[in-house]
Design a protein around this ligand. Structure first.
Ligand SMILES: [Zn+2]
Ligand SMILES: [Zn+2]
Ligand SMILES: [Zn+2]
Length: 344
């Protein structure tokens, strides 16, 4: 392979660090994406008139790939309640001319994949926890449908579902949205979780997440919310203050196989948890992210999907970058008590 190939003919490229094995995704085009958050003097709501996600502006996004709307024949027009569109400034995209390659220390592959935006509701300023539970459920239904669809492509290995809320969490547009990024590899974080869960299952003979949910239910010191299908808890060793996980109470390894009843339970748990975080922490910026089995996995007895929610209360600092472990100023028992105590 020649040097030009290594430095990337494709505009999006994955490069692997030769020491840590960590992949980095390069997507220079994303420098051109618009921002209505994070700038000095940003006035919330001021961007609504020129927001590409608001009804009436459908032509400003790529054509929709999924929508909940009363008249299904009216694609890319107002009348929708939830809409999924390809990201106009994707972090990953169609395959380039070059296959994976390694030359000396330099390993690369095309930044191949799909990047989609789930526009949560037609309301510009609506925050997920303030929408009716049916609307939260529609967002999750859209995620389930698109994850299933994207995962059918055999070139994709993993679909990451996540949300950035607020500038401190990495959001660039104010209008409520979540995102999906389909990747040609399984991220290291997911690999590590699956390996850790497999080691536990080998030793104990059960799923570690199932055991966690049962133990937290008995102990009840870190429980935040529980309904028929889902358990929201502050984990035993959270990295960040008020980190909260939502875990299906019964074993399930692949989110895209979630049935309608469990999806409704997840919508309730997510809305309730976000509302408690919002109330307890004065509307924090936050991320949530889903960890689930890689695309087209058989049912895994040892791995169990879950949603992790992180309020962004403090930046990641030098010690954290240096060591990979965090200093958390808030014990999870206190965080759970605070979240339980607020009135929502
Ligand atoms: Zn908008
Ligand atoms: Zn399990
Ligand atoms: Zn996880």
């Amino acid at each position: 392979m020649d040097g030009e190939t290594v430095t990337g003919g494709a505009s999006r490229e994955l490069r692997r660090d030769p020491v840590s094995g960590r992949w980095v995704l390069f997507a220079a085009e994303r420098r051109r994406r618009p921002h209505d958050l994070g700038g000095h003097g940003t006035v919330p709501g001021a961007a609504a008139t020129r927001c590409p996600f608001c009804p009436g502006h459908e032509a400003e996004t790529p054509p929709e790939v999924y929508a909940d709307r009363a008249s299904p024949d009216k694609a890319d027009a107002p009348g929708w309640t939830t809409r999924v569109v390809p990201n106009k400034y994707p972090a990953v995209g169609g395959g380039g001319a070059h296959g994976p390659g390694i030359e000396g220390l330099q390993e690369r592959r095309d930044g191949f994949g799909a990047h989609e935006v789930i526009i949560e509701s037609p309301e510009h300023g609506a925050e997920l926890s303030e929408l009716p539970v049916e609307a939260v459920e529609r967002v999750l239904r859209a995620a389930r449908a698109r994850m299933g669809e994207l995962g059918r492509d055999r070139a994709m290995r993993y679909v990451q579902f996540f949300k950035n809320h607020g500038a401190a969490a990495g959001a660039s547009l104010e209008h409520g949205h979540a995102q999906l990024i389909a990747l040609p590899l399984v991220p290291a974080v997911v690999e590590e979780e699956m390996q850790g869960a497999a080691r536990y299952a080998e030793r104990v003979g059960r799923c570690v997440y199932c055991d966690m949910v049962a133990a937290e239910g008995r102990e009840a010191r870190r429980l935040v919310y529980q309904n028929d299908g889902m358990t929201a808890l502050a984990p035993w060793a959270p990295r960040f203050p008020y980190e909260t996980w939502i875990v299906p109470t019964r074993h399930a390894s692949a989110f895209e196989e979630t049935d309608d009843g469990s999806l409704r339970a997840l919508a309730q748990a997510l809305r309730e948890t976000l509302a408690r975080l919002r109330r307890a922490l004065d509307a924090p910026h936050y991320n949530f992210l889903l960890h689930t089995a890689p695309c087209r996995s058989p049912r895994l007895p040892h791995y169990h999907w879950h949603l992790e929610i992180f309020p962004r209360l403090q930046p990641i600092a030098g010690f954290e970058w240096g060591t990979g472990f965090t200093i958390n100023t808030m014990p999870p028992e206190e965080a759970a008590a605070d979240l339980l105590q607020v009135e929502i």
